[in-house]
Design a protein around this ligand. Structure first.
Ligand code: E4P
Length: 286
């Protein structure tokens, strides 16, 4: 098999899935997690089903155990760990969580939401040498802001455009990935595109065509890819988008991050859902 240039990450919260994906593919470059995926981890589900809800400290410890188990299974794309935040969480609070989470494993990337507070936390993080992955990105403007906020980082920063959630709204989510790649081709290369919310083999194969640096993929899509002997897109490959085209915008990456329009309804909804899934595991919701 020709290994894709795009690094393949497992999108999940269960180390058993990571082991299985590694068996099927022969490699796994990295892993992404988020509060919803952690709430679905079999051990956490068992605890909740047995009536044991967690304190926020216990939840952090469970999260730490999960990523410590996954960390040695994956390659150089690392394990992304997401801070717990809602619409009122300050950059400073996100940063303190990020600092703690970054110490859990040697290959951590800290996920911050693509909001003003999240970008402030990311800006402070990269200055301290904390690797970051900016999540819940739905637009080219948001990606431009990530670029500007993380400028000067010594290690690559990731930005995660969410494809499937844009598709769900009747848009062509892959256009955002394509547009960001095109915009970043004029940049200095310090931000890598990590295609997320991948729902199908077609999404994955198109990521290979667009040469996204990374793609995070649920186990069931990886299983499907493996069941077909890990095909790669050939010259005839055409991505069949069903949603509305998202046009490319000319943006100046040298502008300050605050000058970009980073508002997106799906970012707000995404934070709400992550916070709700996190709180559902807690005895006394934070
Ligand atoms: C990964 O970083 C994202 O959290 C994940 O891909 C989101 O996927 P979903 O839209 O299927 O929840």
């Amino acid at each position: 098999m020709t290994r894709p240039k795009t690094k393949i990450l497992v999108d999940g919260g269960d180390p058993q899935e990571t082991r299985r994906a590694k068996e099927l593919l022969g490699f796994v470059d990295g892993q992404t997690t988020n509060p919803s995926l952690i709430a679905k981890n079999p051990h956490i589900k068992e605890l909740i089903a047995s009536g044991h809800k967690l304190s926020s400290r216990e939840e952090m410890d469970e999260y730490k155990n999960i990523v410590q188990t996954i960390s040695p299974l994956v390659g150089e794309a690392g394990v992304s760990i997401e801070v717990f935040s809602d619409e009122s969480t300050s950059a400073q609070v996100m940063l303190s969580q990020g600092q703690e989470m970054f110490s859990w494993i040697p290959n951590a990337y800290i996920k911050y939401p693509c909001t003003s507070e999240g970008l402030r936390a990311a800006q402070m993080s990269v200055k301290q040498g904390i690797r970051v992955n900016i999540t819940l990105c739905f637009s080219q403007q948001q990606a431009a802001a990530v670029y500007a906020a993380t400028k000067g980082t010594k290690q690559p920063a990731y930005v995660s455009p969410f494809v499937g959630r844009l598709d769900d709204l009747g848009q062509n989510g892959m256009d955002v990935v394509k547009n960001i790649k095109r915009m970043f081709s004029k940049g200095d290369g310090h931000v890598l595109v990590l295609a997320a919310s991948i729902r199908s083999l077609e999404h994955l194969l198109y990521c290979f065509v667009l040469q996204t640096e990374l793609a995070t993929v649920p186990a069931k899509v990886l299983e499907l890819w493996a069941s077909k002997n890990l095909p790669m897109p050939d010259e005839q490959f055409q991505y069949k988008a069903s949603g509305k085209t998202i046009p490319y915008q000319e943006l100046d990456l040298e502008q300050p991050w605050e000058s970009f329009d980073i508002q997106h309804e799906l970012t707000r909804k995404g934070i709400e859902k992550f916070a709700a899934d996190y709180r559902a595991t807690l005895a006394r919701p934070a």
